[in-house]
Write a protein that binds this ligand. Structure first.
Ligand code: BG6
Length: 470
């Protein structure tokens, strides 16, 4: 494999609530992510300590340097910068991220910042149920501007929301507490729209305030295969992709919902309140790249409506992100693919498909900001972690990326999930992703020692050889 560009950005990724800990240190406010993790804290790790990056950032950055990383994709916690979401600025929060950014730069690692990774300040939920209220978009704009002002002289790479298209499907993350599915979908549609407004405001602010700044969305990406070659199943597979990802990319790129999505909103009678002046704003915000988060592919068959299920109604069966949608699609298992023990259908070729699709549709540079295998790891008695399964997973995805580059895709970099072990959103520290083992269990903090896994040494060599040696 020799075709990774010379300046390819080899990196790794994380997010604030999953790695930092220090959940209320130095004035930080509580977030929706904290709130949700505390609900499960009798059974598994929460965000209070997580990987304790808040106190180990220097050590962790030196490990990043040792691994050879060129770029580090991480997120800023909005509630560390503005604890109540839209009020006073917390200088201690700015100071923390200043230290992290300066240390990265000192080590020749490019900081790549996500503004919002599932962690809305909880105060905004209490004030006006967060994204349901248009004010939330302006609160986000204010926060984004504070970040651009404070860090924009050193940080040129920015992401707005992490996986808006996935986040919006998870009631808990959006704080939707509505048992009536129609009402829940109505609130969801309004929240989604306000997040698009916030996205556009942040993109424009970045271009105005950050010299040479580049900004774009991170989407939860997948491609869906039809269960059979029946035309309805092929249509269903397309719809599954369109409803789970593509409508969102189109909105980011074109500044308007695609026709099928407007049709869905109308058929379901949940068209959000949109002001006429929004259209100009949404269209004016030009993204510089698309960041791809990719773990798995999906499979679908056609799901007809019936007397209890009107067209467009969504029903979640197996998990909280993959819905069936009446009149459109039903989520299916793909018998041709192996799944991880947590059910993700592993599919390197799917990544090649996704990269080609996005690039041919938008002709924007792409960067992968998440990809990885979540699984338990075993720390051996002599203090090693032999995670060859993780190496295999990443190697196969790198091969797929390399083929996509040969196909002509402009792929700028790769930031697998995750740099060190961190709090998995639903499985605490049982499910691990990192190149570095964090010595803690869900209910036992142990010594939080950093232990390099086999994948650390392997990835470091991949970087050193620019992908020649996989
Ligand atoms: C991505 C999220 O969708 O999936 C991450 O951006 C998350 O925050 C990752 O950790 C893996 O999912 P999980 O549920 O295994 O943590």
């Amino acid at each position: 494999m020799a075709n990774f560009p010379k300046d390819f950005l080899w990196g790794a990724a994380s997010s604030a609530f999953q790695i930092e800990g220090g959940w209320n240190a130095d004035g930080k406010g509580m977030t929706v992510a904290d709130y949700n993790s505390f609900k499960r804290s009798d059974k598994q790790a929460d965000s209070k300590v997580a990987s304790d990056f808040y106190h180990h950032w220097k050590e962790d950055i030196s490990l990043m340097k040792e691994m050879g990383m060129k770029i580090y994709r991480f997120s800023i916690s909005w509630a560390r910068i503005i604890p109540d979401g839209d009020g006073e600025i917390n200088q201690k929060g700015i100071e923390f991220y200043n230290n992290v950014i300066d240390e990265l730069l000192k080590n020749d690692i490019i900081p790549f910042i996500t503004l919002y990774h599932f962690d809305l300040p909880y105060a905004l939920v209490e004030k006006y149920n967060g994204w349901e209220n248009r004010k939330c978009a302006y609160a986000f704009e204010k926060y984004a501007k504070v970040c651009f002002e404070a860090f924009g002289n050193r940080v040129k790479w920015w992401q707005v929301h992490n996986e808006q298209n996935l986040m919006i499907r998870v009631d808990e993350r959006m704080n939707i507490n509505e048992s009536d599915p129609w009402k829940a979908d109505k609130i969801r549609a309004q929240m989604d729209y306000h997040m698009f407004l916030a996205h556009a405001l942040a993109v424009n602010a970045c271009h105005e305030m950050v010299k040479d700044g580049k900004i774009g969305p991170a989407v939860s990406s997948t491609c869906t295969y039809p269960l059979t070659n029946k035309p309805e199943d092929v249509w269903a597979a397309k719809m599954n992709d369109w409803f789970k990802t593509n409508y969102c990319l189109d909105m980011h790129y074109y500044g308007e919902y695609p026709g099928y999505y407007m049709r869905y909103l109308r058929e379901r009678n949940i068209v959000p309140v949109m002001y006429s002046e929004d259209s100009e704003l949404l269209k004016s915000a030009k993204i510089d790249f698309i960041a791809v988060n990719y773990y798995r592919t999906l499979c679908a068959s056609y799901l007809p409506t019936d007397e209890n299920h009107p067209i467009g109604m969504r029903v979640y069966r197996g998990n909280e992100v993959d819905f069936d949608q009446y009149g459109y699609c039903r989520d299916e298992k793909n018998s041709n693919l192996e799944a991880s023990e947590y059910g993700a259908q592993i599919d390197p070729m799917g990544l090649r498909i996704v990269l080609n699709e996005y690039y041919s549709r938008y002709h924007l540079p792409l960067i992968i900001t998440e990809n990885g295998l979540g699984t338990p790891d075993i720390l051996t008695e002599d203090g090693k972690v032999h995670d060859d399964y993780r190496i295999d997973y990443i190697r196969e995805h790198l091969k797929a990326m390399s083929l996509a580059i040969e196909d002509g895709v402009e792929l700028m970099g790769y930031c697998p999930w995750s740099v060190v072990d961190l709090l998995s959103s639903h499985q605490g520290f049982r499910k691990r992703y990192g190149f570095v083992y964090i010595n803690r269990e869900d209910m036992d903090l142990k010594d939080l020692k950093r232990i390099k896994k086999d994948s650390f040494y392997w990835y470091s060599n991949v970087i050193k050889t620019n992908g020649e040696e996989l």
